[in-house]
Ligand binder design. Sequence first.
Ligand code: AVI
Length: 322
Amino acid sequence: MLTQILPLRHVSEFAADVRAGLTKSGQRELPSKYLYDEVGSALFEAICVLPEYGLTRADARLLQKHSGEIVGRLKSPVHVAELGSGSGKKTRWILESLSQRQKTYYYPIEISPSALAASEKELGQIDLVTIVGYEQPYLEGLRAVAEERADADHLLVLFLGSTIGNFDRDAGEEFLRNVRAILRPGDALLLGTDLEKSVADQLLAYDDPAGVTAAFNLNLLSRINRELRADFDLSCFRHEARWNAEERRIEMHLRSTRRQRVEIPAAGLRVILAEGETIWTESSHKYRAGEAGEMAARTGFRCDGEWIDQEWPFAQNLLMVE
Ligand code: AVI
């Protein structure tokens, strides 16, 4: 386990993050947000339709079944801001329910311009819905949406797909607190949380037999090769999904199958990985029924309702600002 940091005048944010993560003492890591380049995003879309990964279908089923009731609990007029433009398919149920009672604005907030364009294409045809995309990080975009709205308008913020689970628990609550600080009484947050299930099912969801999740994870090394001129040999890494029972999360790692040296010129880095050493690339925290309500109470919301899918334990939680 040896690392050499070479002098470098200017590095991109990606290069700086790769450098910081791979030179960490103890467990090396790479931030999960970098899994989503164009290839990674396409692989994630494929994960969402895998039979072993029931999360996305459960999320969509709940919205299909309960959108009418969820929307019925909101104050009028209400417009929708979504953190991550997500799959338009899920959002459609909410927008269709809302557009039956009022003209609705939909603000997808997303740093990827292609994802924004895709959601505009998917949702652009719903009557009485106007889409205004914000190409910004979540909190910046939400702040802009909240500041620009009329005094009488309320906001429903969507944070679906259990993306909250990719934050560490403390950071997730801090994020909810920040969202709350941008909102005002009468606004709401619809938060999706994936619930704990059997360890075997959870491991299969993150290590599918077709190897799609493995490709998604390994693509992070390909991305570093492409963008930072690195020479990771992907055949010497193996995807690994682990259940961390104490933290109640799935962790994705990339295990080096032999001692190897990797050069990452654009990050000014030469790394020697030991045989069996891993790079930690993502955490997906899992929750218990009722847990989102507890998080809500700690972060300034009140949980008004929780809907749970029976086929794949997953919850939609409607958190109100009072
Ligand atoms: C986006 N996020 C909620 C997914 C998850 O389940 O944590 C990302 C993912 N990673 C591997 N499979 C799916």
